[in-house]
Design a binder for this molecule. Structure first.
Ligand SMILES: C[S@@+](CC[C@H](N)C(=O)[O-])C[C@H]1O[C@@H](n2cnc3c(N)ncnc32)[C@H](O)[C@@H]1O
Length: 231
């Protein structure tokens, strides 16, 4: 999954040269986007230093649903290069970007992309299934997670965190995009186990502008999930 996060390796030239900056436009007019977001990526490094297709789809969804997000607090889990959260920040929302607390390089890059795009977001180490003090004060209206359902051994930790956040912030919604590799059964099983309910399920490509779909493949779904406990 990753090439190791030994900080001493960071200065090695072979790793430095792999860094690229990708640009992502939002708006209906191709020639004249409403805003663009630049992302530092390093394809040879960590999963969290690459803009995954699920992230492109979730970012576009946030943009298209911007009126609904208006004035809300947004928390992104496993944010990595953070494109959906950065779109939310460009829309003026209160955004907290999080990733595994042990991924120092990923967390550092999140701060760099905020600076690069001139947005202010909180950046926080949040490892799924770990209850650091900061987790208890988070009260997001929207929890975003792009491509966070890829390692079955982490599903329960992720859903434990998502369930806690949904219960701790009544009315909140978890919006996730994921590769549907083996049907919807696994997510249904997890939702039942954790007292969650899927209130919307979309083909991730159904709302993507044609020019953005060209470079994407696979079967990506977007699910909106709420807690049934206390509702
Ligand atoms: C496939 S990447 C997706 C990154 C980004 N959301 C995207 O779609 O471009 C998965 C992300 O989850 C993070 N992650 C993996 N396990 C985690 C854990 N136990 N706690 C928190 N984050 C984790 C990784 O560091 C990585 O940034």
């Amino acid at each position: 999954m990753k090439r190791g996060d030994d900080h001493r390796d960071r200065e090695r030239p072979s790793r430095r040269t792999m860094t690229t900056v990708s640009r992502h436009d939002f708006g209906d007019d191709l020639e004249n986007p409403v805003f663009s977001i630049s992302i530092n990526e390093n394809k040879k490094e960590d999963y969290g230093l690459f803009v995954w297709p699920c992230s492109l789809i979730l970012a576009e969804y946030v943009w298209q649903q911007r009126l609904r997000f208006s004035g809300s607090r947004v928390l992104e889990l496993g944010a990595g290069t953070s494109l959906p959260g950065l779109v939310a920040a460009k829309l003026g929302l209160d955004v907290t970007l999080t990733d595994d607390s042990s991924k120092i390089e990923v967390l550092d890059n999140m701060k760099k992309v905020c600076d690069l795009n001139k947005v202010k977001c909180k950046v926080l180490g949040l490892t799924w299934g770990v209850w650091d003090a900061a987790v208890f004060s988070l009260k997001p209206n929207f929890i975003l997670g792009a491509d966070v359902l890829y390692d079955a051994s982490a599903f329960d930790d992720l859903f434990a965190t998502v369930t806690f956040l949904l219960q701790n912030s009544p009315g909140s919604v978890f919006i996730t995009t994921y590769h549907n590799r083996s049907g919807h059964h696994f997510i249904e099983f997890l939702m039942e186990k954790w007292g969650l309910k899927c209130v919307k399920l979309l083909d991730g490509f159904s709302f993507m502008p044609t020019h953005k779909v060209v470079a994407l493949g696979g079967n990506i779904q977007l699910a909106e999930i709420i807690t049934t406990i206390g509702c």
